[in-house]
Write a protein that binds this ligand. Structure first.
Ligand code: GRF
Length: 177
């Protein structure tokens, strides 16, 4: 089983996945970011595929980068560019994502801020099979995280990430086996 991870940010979920000794063979990022350094420290090759105006061309480049490492399963770990149909054709049912809310609530790139603004008392994270429709697809695991008085987007997101760091590797392990 060969896993390719897509990331755009600090790479803390990538770090957790590597710590769980999941077979990550490649990392693809859409910008220079912390995940590149996390990959390098673990000796995993990473490729930067810069996001351009053409989403289809971008998606083909990402698929090519993954195919170049014979990837079987694609794990999105904070990847912030929407990917088009070629990814889901190439890896049908084999693209996973973690999202910082209890889907279907608070889809999109600002899930933590949106939950805070809505005044909910509980949010959380969701691990799901990714499909062409963003932040949709079969849910594999969810866990609630309470919103505390005085929470900021940063403090709430950090507590959600702490849960993701356990839940995502556990769920990927179950999925690949
Ligand atoms: C995670 O909370 C993920 O759910 C969201 O972006 C964050 C990525 O964090 N889409 P990191 O780059 O893994 O630290």
């Amino acid at each position: 089983m060969r896993i390719g991870v897509l990331a755009s940010g600090g790479g803390s979920n990538l770090q957790a996945i590597l710590r769980a000794e999941l077979p990550v063979v490649a990392v693809v990022v859409d910008r220079p970011c912390g995940a590149t350094a996390v990959a390098a420290a673990a000796g995993v090759p990473s490729t930067v595929v810069a996001r351009g105006p053409d989403r289809l061309a971008f998606t083909h480049e990402v698929v090519d980068a993954l195919a170049g490492h014979d990837v079987d399963v694609v794990v999105m770990a904070g990847f912030m560019t929407i990917l088009d149909k070629p990814l889901f054709d190439a890896y049908d049912g084999r693209v996973l994502n973690t999202h910082p809310s209890l889907l279907p609530a608070f889809r999109g790139a600002h899930a933590v801020a949106d939950a805070l603004a809505a005044g909910v008392k509980v949010t959380g994270c969701t691990v799901h099979v990714a499909t062409l429709e963003v932040d949709s697809g079969p849910i594999l695991a969810q866990e609630p995280v309470p919103v505390l008085d005085g929470d900021t987007v940063e403090s709430l997101h950090e507590r959600i990430k702490a849960v993701e760091h356990r839940l995502y590797p556990e769920t990927i392990t179950r999925f690949v086996s």
